[in-house]
Design a binder for this molecule. Sequence first.
Ligand SMILES: [Zn+2]
Ligand SMILES: [Zn+2]
Length: 261
Amino acid sequence: MKIRVLGCNGAIGNSGKGGGTTALLVDHDVLIDAGTGVAVLGDDELARIDHVFLTHSHLDHMAYLPLMIDAVGEVRNEAHNEPLIVHASRATLDILHAHVFNNLIWPDFTRIPSADAPGVRFEALEVGERVVLNGRSIVALPACHSVPAMGYALCSDTASLAFSGDTTTNPAFWSAIATLPGLRHVIVETAFRDEQIALAHAAHHYCPRLIAEDLRGVEMQAELLISHLKPPHGAQILEELRAALPDIALRALIDGEALDV
Ligand SMILES: [Zn+2]
Ligand SMILES: [Zn+2]
């Protein structure tokens, strides 16, 4: 499967270079998170998305979900009359229902155009659960964030990619991905610099020192691709990561790049 990075930044802006927040497109039909990176897709590409897997309810990971449901609902209905399926933990889906699709912030698309034929269907997932879509496996991984959260593994027959989502100290993530077949890429967030470690603890994000602690004694062959870098400190965060993890290959994930698994 092909993974296209639509957005991987920790905030919008990126000095006017068009960086968006988290969204990964898998082949043409599966979206992992729906942050502002989704804005690079045209209407025809949006209409081909059948499944969205959300890591958590924070705006930088779902800002485009309500808008894309509205934008492509009619086209999708005419084309295959199937709702868009949103997969996430029960807790995340409940938050979205209560605080976004509540007929105040946005219509409740789980009930319109009608309860029988809605624009979107929510499907709850638990950590460890696997969804198989045309031979591609998507497995929910543990995450530890300020709201209920999970990461995802994307597995073909021969290779895997792991994505941490937003998380802080999370040994269970590294144990879980150690068993994935042919682990090729690990996308892991690092939102803060080491001098912001108190903020990393408070906001439940990684800083380089916290990743290094989690990786002590862990055998890691796959390259780490760092996401959720907060402009303008990306270069410093990478420098700190390289110093803390001298034996592990790592680089920044790049908006627009494609990865294969
Ligand atoms: Zn978050
Ligand atoms: Zn985030």
